[in-house]
Design a protein around this ligand. Structure first.
Ligand code: FES
Ligand code: FES
Length: 157
C-alpha cells in the first residue's frame, strides 16, 4: 500500500507499506527517522511518542496506514536545523539524558505540555509525563529539565 503524509513539514510518499505495520516501524525503517524509540511496542512506555495532527500518540499503537493524508511530527522535527528546541536543550543542560531510550518520547510529551501550559506546576508535569517510563533514573533530572524549559519559555514571552 502507498502512504502519503506530511512528516516534519515535508510531504512524504512511501510505497510497499504493509497493512499491519506500525507508524513507529514506518518512521524508523522506511522514512529513516530513528529518533522515536521502540522499547515495549505495547503502548506502555511512551518511548515512541510523536505528534499526529498536533496531538501526542504512541507511534507503536498507530498503524502506518492511519497516517494517510495526515501530519506527523517527530522529535527530529522539533529542532530548527542545527538549533535544538528549548525542551531538547533543557534536557541536555539538566543532565536528563542517560541511556537516552526514553528521552525522545519524554521530550515530545514535555514539548506538548509546555505548548498547552506554559508555566506548569510539578503536579501537571508529573501527570503529563506519567505515561513515559524511564528505566535509568528517579526522574528528578527529567523534572528539572521540564521546569527549566518552562521557565525559559515564560521569560521569553
Ligand atoms: S514503544 Fe510505544 S509505548 Fe513503548
Ligand atoms: S534515560 Fe534510560 S530509560 Fe530513561
Amino acid at each position: 500500500m502507498r502512504v502519503e503524509c506530511t512528516i516534519n513539514g515535508s510531504p512524504e510518499t512511501v510505497d510497499d507499506v504493509w497493512e499491519g505495520e506500525s507508524l513507529l516501524y514506518f518512521l524508523r525503517e522506511r522514512v529513516g527517522l530513528p529518533g522515536s524509540k521502540n522499547a515495549c511496542e505495547q503502548g506502555e512506555c511512551g518511548s515512541c511518542t510523536v505528534y499526529l495532527d498536533g496531538s501526542p500518540v504512541c507511534a507503536c499503537l498507530v498503524a502506518a496506514g492511519q497516517v494517510q493524508g495526515r501530519s506527523v511530527r517527530t522529535v527530529e522535527g522539533l529542532a530548527a536545523g542545527d538549533r535544538l528546541d528549548p525542551v531538547q536543550q533543557a534536557f541536555v543542560e539538566a543532565g536528563a539524558v542517560q541511556c537516552g531510550f526514553c528521552t525522545t518520547g519524554l521530550i515530545v510529551q514535555a514539548h506538548d505540555l509546555i505548548e498547552r501550559v506554559p508555566d506548569p506546576s510539578d503536579v501537571e508535569i508529573r501527570e503529563a509525563l506519567s505515561g513515559n517510563l524511564c528505566r535509568c533514573t528517579g526522574y528528578e533530572k527529567i523534572l528539572d529539565a521540564v521546569r527549566l524549559a518552562a521557565e525559559r519559555k515564560v521569560s521569553a514571552q
